[in-house]
Ligand binder design. Structure first.
Ligand code: ATP
Ligand code: MG
Length: 572
């Protein structure tokens, strides 16, 4: 493509409202344009990348035996009422009415629609298993749309849904999808990890997430190198400390800690290690319990509460609800920064590590005061214990190896749904004994548009994007320096454009009447793997300059050899 024909606007300035690199670079490189919060137009260059992702996803889904279909984006409320989700999905669901006042939503996901298809199409176990997929626009009215395409409101997803007569068949397709996802992310040239994930309200069901590794990732992933252990930190179990709790050595003493609201401030004022302190977080009990009930969750000062684990505790509201400062003051008699478990009139649940502490510091339930030298069993009852913290680097894995933490961007999720939808929506088939039985289901999502942003997040430098070759909008950027002034440059570059295309390369030909600096800056910003620079000086010696976007290396190459030279260059 000739750049002189493409209305491409790039800019140097970092857009004020874009917080992360991928969002900034997609705007600066003219890949996307924002329409409104969480809504973006894919501009021509960006769309080329999106289509490449789509093509790989489609090919691997087809190869794994899935069947592509395309469901409506708009879905009738009745289906969601059947599954029971109309009332529980909440504000993420964009609801609307048609001219007859019938209610609809813009699909955030398609379990209901596909289950309706399946119950109409599938009558006998002999037709199973079936795996349907689509690549389609979703809408989720996210509370905080941000980071551009990373967390948009309208985005492109590949979603697949499989139907089975039994667990073994579901497991087989689930395993096939896990393999297909691995191939997809390998083929896209991305560095990724698959981890065991939380399967939400469906107990026992398997679920895996696929994450593109990047420091800016929203998720923390726990893994151990020499062991088959990789889990989302949301789920990763924290081992209880080994051995007996140390014996009490000090007396409990109340000390003033004026204005100390955080563990850091307390540690500074009292010159203690955070591991010697306990923090107390108050959360709402679940709705079954007395409305006035709060539950105190106690953690070691250096540990962080894991809201997913804590939400699963019996008697605790799920999702977890932190108590307001007013409620805490009312129930505990002190502000949040000064509360503690000693004398607390609420249920106390301590993390295993917190329950293992002796002579610790905690809030005194009196504003501006803490207690030191506190001991379980002596100064307050031994607590109920549970695993409620997030693992940190260095904790031991279930296999006894040190855990490392990486950050990831969730780009895929596979999930065993069981009969959640088929039972509520009556999607049954006749089994081998002639009995009607609810089908088992699996679902498998890939964030097609998020992959583009995640790829940039993982592959960029201060100059711009560095596309993994399978995703690049073009293979080669051809730059004709001062081509408008030099007839020789223009005709050589024109010829090279033809030759490289004939050799099978997708070429973006910068034939604009632009300053040399602008051409180089745009080529780096756009991140096309190979750059070929045609200039008057080189042509005098029969050479062009080859530049590799990723390594930054450049070399002079005989003009007749450039196609062959590109083929030998690794752009990955
Ligand atoms: P998240 O936890 O990031 O909100 P999710 O678990 O709700 O995602 P799924 O329902 O599993 O998402 O959807 C499948 C895939 O769709 C996700 O793995 C992710 O890659 C992508 N996705 C989900 N929400 C968005 C969004 N708002 N913008 C872009 N992609 C998204
Ligand atoms: Mg998910």
């Amino acid at each position: 493509m000739r750049l002189s024909n493409l209305p491409l606007t790039t800019f140097k300035e970092v857009p004020a409202d874009a917080e992360i690199a991928s969002h900034q670079l997609m705007l600066r490189a003219g890949l996307i344009r924002r329409l409104a919060s969480g809504l973006f137009t894919w501009m021509p260059l960006g769309l080329r990348v999106l289509r490449k992702v789509e093509a790989v996803v489609r090919e691997e889904m087809n190869n794994s035996g899935a069947h592509e279909l395309l469901m409506p984006a708009v879905q009738p409320a009745e289906l969601w009422e059947e599954s029971g989700r109309w009332d529980v999905y909440g504000p993420l669901l964009l609801r609307m009415r048609d001219r007859h006042e019938r209610q609809f939503c813009f699909g955030p996901t398609h379990e209901e629609v596909i289950t309706d298809i399946a119950r109409r199409e599938l009558k006998s176990y002999k037709q199973l298993p079936v795996n349907y997929y689509q690549i389609q626009t979703k809408f989720r009215d996210e509370i905080r749309p941000r980071f551009g395409l990373m967390r948009a409101r309208e985005f492109l997803m590949k979603d697949a849904y499989s139907f089975h007569i039994d667990e073994a068949s579901l497991q087989a397709t689930y395993d096939t999808m896990a393999k297909a996802y691995t191939r997809i992310f390998e083929r896209l040239g991305l560095s990724f990890k698959s981890v065991e994930a939380d399967s939400g309200e469906i107990g026992g069901a398997q679920s895996r997430e696929f994450h593109v590794l990047a420091d800016s990732g929203e998720d923390a992933l726990a893994y151990a190198d020499n062991e088959d252990f990789a889990m989302n930190v949301e789920l990763a179990p924290a081992a209880a400390p080994a051995g007996e709790r140390p014996a009490a050595a000090r007396a409990m003493t109340k000390v003033a800690t004026p204005n100390a609201r955080s563990i850091d401030q307390v540690c500074q004022q009292l010159a203690v290690d955070p591991r010697q302190t306990l923090k107390t977080l108050l959360v709402e009990a679940d709705s079954g319990a007395d409305k006035a009930d709060l539950v105190a969750l106690v953690l070691r000062g250096d540990h962080a509460l894991n809201p997913i684990k804590a939400g699963k505790l019996k008697g605790v509201a799920d999702p977890l609800v932190l108590a307001s400062a007013e409620r805490i003051a009312e129930v505990m008699g002190a502000q949040p920064g000064s509360v503690g478990p000693v004398g607390a009139k609420v249920r106390v649940i301590a993390d295993h590590s917190a329950a293992h502490c002796a002579d610790f510091v905690c809030g005194a339930n009196e504003d501006g005061h803490h207690l030191t030298g506190v001991n379980w069993g002596r100064d307050l009852p031994d607590p109920e214990t549970a695993d409620i913290r997030s693992v940190v680097a260095g904790d031991l894995s279930p296999g006894g190896n040190p855990i490392a933490i990486a950050r990831g961007i969730e780009v895929g999720h596979i999930f065993q749904l069981g009969n959640k939808y088929s039972a509520s929506m009556n999607a049954t088939v006749v089994d081998s004994n002639g009995r009607e039985t609810a089908m088992l289901m699996g679902c498998y999502g890939i964030g097609v548009s998020r992959i583009v942003a995640a790829a940039i997040e993982q592959n960029h430098d201060e100059k711009g994007i560095i596309w993994p070759p399978p995703l690049a909008p073009f293979d080669v950027a051809l730059l004709a320096l001062n081509g408008k002034k030099s007839e020789e440059v223009r005709s050589s570059a024109d010829k090279l454009y033809e030759t490289l295309q004939a050799a099978g390369y997708d070429v973006l030909y910068d034939d604009r009447d632009a300053r040399v600096g602008v051409m180089f800056a745009d080529a780096d910003l756009l991140g096309i793997p190979h750059q070929v620079v045609v200039g008057e000086r080189g042509l005098a010696n029969g050479v062009v300059e080859y530049r590799n976007r990723r390594s930054g290396e450049s070399s002079e190459v005989d003009i007749a050899e450039i196609g062959a030279h590109i083929a030998t260059q690794s752009a990955g």
